[in-house]
Design a protein around this ligand. Sequence first.
Ligand code: AMP
Ligand code: TRP
Length: 326
Amino acid sequence: MARIFSGIQPSGELHIGNYLGAVRNWVALQGTVDAIYCIVDYHAIIAAYEPSQLRERRREMALGLLAAGIDPEQASLFVQSDVPEHTELAWIFNTVAPLGELERQTQFKDKSQRMESVNAGLLNYPILQAADILLYRADRVPVGEDQLQHLELSRVIARRWNAQFSPETNFFPEPEAWLTPTRRIMGLDGQSKMSKSTGNTIGLLESPEEIWAKLRPAVTDPKRIRKTDPGTPEVCNIYHLHKAFSAPAVVDHVAHQCSTAGWGCLDCKKVLAESMETELVPIRRRAEMLRATPEAVNDALATGAARCRTLARETMRGVRDRMGFD
Ligand code: AMP
Ligand code: TRP
């Protein structure tokens, strides 16, 4: 059975960007492949943080993922720091990762420019990500488009390590992304990627009222000024969200009403809010149930970590053996 691995930072809430770009696909894939999903708390400490907040966010992310539909019977869900081999393999990969490629990563360039002092963790972030994936020798990685460059680097690292330590058998596979049609969700400002750090998100567990308060002023087709102006659905962020949440017949109808000025943008947003409710109501309900039974979250993480520790140890035996550490 093919094995997939993916990770998410415990950086506050799940929002419809990381849900549509990755987590919805995680749910769809579980049961069809050997699926391993990780809350990457070691990645999250690269920026300054409060220890008590980290604990809280880890729990909240686990709860959100289970509410979104991750089923611990069908997928292994765990916290990265519960499996210490992630950092052991990351150190080893430090010794084969090319510095030039690390420095060329867009995320590193963007973030380091905005910081006064840059720690080495920010530069080495993709090395830990490569270790996450390769520790389980996973070949597919369901992620959003923003992770493609990191995955390219994971392949370089696998290739270099294999060339040096396992030239005959290629111990590590070269992992490929598993993208969805909603690989890049824009924020409600229509300007940049939906992301917690930009503050342009809709949280997966927000109430219908909170969601509507954000959808109502959200940017649409910038050329559509009056209700009587026909719009161009393809340039409208709300239309893209319809494609993610509404049934195909509704999407066609929305496109028609927009391009013939049959509906104003607010009409279109109301229909989107309804489609979103259909998908979000059961998620909210599961989240409430999980809040009432915190042991269910703990059990899921403990089971996931136990299985992943066994797999991780097995891989590290192979690595140590090939590198002369046995
Ligand atoms: P993060 O929340 O940044 O840890 O990202 C978790 C996963 O969600 C990664 O696979 C990202 O590629 C994906 N993701 C995050 N934001 C977006 C977005 N706005 N559109 C599509 N995918 C996203
Ligand atoms: N860098 C990813 C993000 O910010 C999170 C991540 C860490 C990850 N390790 C991973 C994603 C391994 C996929 C596979 O979203």
